[in-house]
Design a binder for this molecule. Structure first.
Ligand SMILES: [Zn+2]
Length: 142
């Protein structure tokens, strides 16, 4: 008798003391990012020190959640076991979004047909609950 196919869930973000403020904010419908108080650089993903100057005075800063698509790709196939959890989403769009305040963030474009996504498209953040209490920032046309 064949074994039933194993369900492989989507990976979820690991919430650590360093990343917790970010995930607490997304659960409140807010997008925040660390900014270095020494050199002014945006720091992404969340980490203990600035990637530009090594400074440890990082400040969580509110973002508008508005931006433009810098680049994107359409995912049409899941390759490899680790990503099988995304199979039900195919096809979907993964994009780099340039936020109004300057930093660039990688996420998904949702809320429109994939063939309507364009480079330069204006987008705004939305928060999707991926698991109990874990809200992922994604972007939709605005
Ligand atoms: Zn710095």
């Amino acid at each position: 008798m064949a074994e039933p196919a194993k369900t492989i869930p989507k990976p979820l973000p690991e919430i650590t003391p360093v990343t917790r403020p970010f995930w607490d904010a997304t659960a409140q419908g807010e997008l925040i990012m660390q900014r270095c108080k020494d050199c002014g650089s945006w720091v992404w993903c969340p980490r203990p020190a600035c990637v530009e100057c090594g400074g440890e005075k990082l400040e969580w800063t509110q973002l508008s959640g508005r931006g433009q698509v810098f680049a994107f790709t359409v995912i049409r196939e899941v390759v490899g076991r680790a990503l099988r959890g995304f199979a039900s989403d195919i096809p979907y769009v993964t994009a780099w979004v340039d936020l109004e305040e300057g930093p660039r963030i990688c996420s998904n474009i949702v809320g429109c047909p994939i063939d309507q996504v364009t480079i330069g498209m204006s987008v705004e953040v939305v928060f999707e609950e991926a698991a109990q209490g874990i809200f992922l920032p994604k972007f939709r046309p605005r």
